[in-house]
Design a protein around this ligand. Structure first.
Ligand SMILES: C=CC1=C(C)c2cc3[nH]c(cc4nc(cc5[nH]c(cc1n2)c(C)c5CCC(=O)O)C(CCC(=O)O)=C4C)c(C)c3C=C
Ligand SMILES: [Fe+2]
Length: 432
């Protein structure tokens, strides 16, 4: 049985490491977040209480389910892929740099509590004043941390003239070009900030995004969001590779989390990559998100042989065509000319790799009798100009898989470096 998480309510330290800052409180006061119960009477520092009261056991219970928030890099990138995703992109509505800083400080304090499996705000879900709305919405009580990670990045639009950040925009944070056959919905694309919440329980991930959205009131608003399930990638080659909605193993060739040399070379931004005011991004990464609708009804009418020719791997084992084992080495030039794996392979793209961390999604139907389902593609990389852009250019031009796909949403973000103890998300950027 997993150990019980104590129900003690602990005062968190003042922001940024554990509470809502005074400025955040004032912003909340001005925006109605107090009415939503995020701050209690006379309380500036938020309190975080442990999120378990019933002592329920299970996979998500105990400290083993906690992924450390602080570190050199943000968690949620080289972290073993959790089962569920709630991704949200935000428009920042703050009108000053100070307000933006206070938002990121308050998010940091909440993220520290949430990822530790604790309730947020004074009194948490049930310990506050009876006549005030609870600080924590409560749906994650008893669910533990469930390996929740929160990963935050800044989009190109944050670097306009609103916050004096134009000079700090990394050269590698380019706007993605339009690709042939893109069917992007602008309202479901881009965003000043993004938050990727991953957890082994869907309600924990949803609670986290809901909480950050409440805290942001008056300073940022959700622009678009996406739920995902059934991880469609892995960073652990020793674990069974999950499958996407076309039924193929997805993530086989991903870099392993333990392969730090490849991560340094391909995923983490290095100190030499950016100069001057943009040097803050070292230790971070670049995230490309694409909501890719998959025409599964058409795919399901396609023969097994054709499906395998399109992907370039066998459906059962995931082995490259002509090989026996999933992880067998192969020469991409021996695969069909327009197969997905051949075109996406590093040997065809100047050695470029990405760390893919996508999730399956199913968002009801399109009203025409087809499921609106697909892959929410998430890929972390050191430089989109060397990885996602050239690879997607080749895929859009030649990939046989494209016939079954429709890219409906897109975004690119510079993901902040990790947060040291006592620091806050994006501090490296906002203190330049
Ligand atoms: C621009 C990059 C990529 C997009 C967009 C993309 C979409 C996409 N992929 C699959 C299914 C599979 N992809 C696989 C491998 C693979 N895909 C990319 C890039 C993009 N995929 C890369 C770089 C690789 C690795 C190539 C290699 O090094 O061998 C595979 C094979 C298994 C694996 O290695 O993961 C599958 C299956 C879908 C369904 C999809 C869009 C919906
Ligand atoms: Fe792929």
């Amino acid at each position: 049985m997993a150990p019980k998480t104590p129900r003690t309510t602990t005062s968190a330290p003042a922001a940024p490491s554990g509470g809502v800052s005074r400025r955040g409180l004032l912003a909340a006061l001005g925006s109605g977040a107090v009415g939503a119960g995020l701050v209690g009477a006379g309380v500036v520092a938020a309190e975080a209480s442990a999120r378990s009261s019933s002592g329920s056991s299970g996979a998500g219970g105990g400290s083993a389910s906690v992924v450390p928030f602080h570190g050199e890099h943000q968690a949620g990138i080289a972290t073993d892929v959790q089962a569920n995703l709630h991704f949200a992109a935000f428009d920042v509505t703050a009108t000053s740099r100070d307000e933006l800083v206070s938002l990121l400080q308050d998010w940091t304090a909440a993220a520290v509590a949430l990822t530790a499996g604790k309730e947020v705000g004074a009194g948490g879900a049930t310990g506050g004043r009876p006549l005030a709305p609870p600080s924590d919405t409560g749906e994650a009580v008893d669910l533990h941390a469930n390996r929740l990670t929160l990963t935050v990045g800044a989009g190109p639009s944050l670097f306009d003239d609103r916050f004096g950040l134009a000079a700090a925009r990394p050269a590698a944070l380019v706007d993605l070009p339009a690709f042939p056959a893109d069917a992007l919905v602008p309202e479901r694309s881009d965003g000043d900030l993004c938050v990727q919440a991953c957890a082994d329980d869907p309600q924990v991930a949803v609670h986290a995004i809901r909480t950050l959205t409440r805290i942001a009131a008056g300073r940022a608003a959700v622009r678009w969001a996406q739920l995902g399930y059934g991880r469609a990638a892995t960073v652990d080659p020793g674990a069974p590779t999950p499958r996407n909605l076309f039924g193929f193993k997805d993530g086989t060739a991903n870099p392993a989390a333990s392969d730090t040399a490849t991560l340094d070379d391909q995923v983490w931004v290095q100190p030499s990559d950016e100069q001057g005011a943009a040097a803050w991004v070292a230790g971070g990464s670049y995230l490309v998100a694409r909501r890719i609708r998959m025409h599964i009804e058409t795919w399901d009418r396609t023969s097994l042989q054709e499906q395998e020719q399109v992907i370039g791997r066998t459906k059962g084992s995931g082995a490259p065509l002509g090989h026996a084992g999933e992880h067998d080495a192969f020469d991409a030039r021996t695969l069909p000319a327009s197969s997905h794996v051949r075109l996406a392979h590093p040997s065809m793209n100047g050695g470029a790799q990405m760390l893919r961390r996508g999730y399956n999604f199913t968002d009801g139907t399109d009203g025409l009798g087809h499921l609106d389902a697909g892959l929410f593609f998430l890929a972390y990389q050191r430089d989109v100009r060397k990885a996602f852009i050239p690879i997607q250019t080749a895929l859009a031009r030649q990939d046989a898989l494209s016939e079954y796909l429709e890219h409906t949403a897109s975004g690119v973000w510079a993901v902040f470096p990790g947060v040291p103890q006592g620091g806050y998300l994006g501090q490296q950027l906002l203190s330049v």
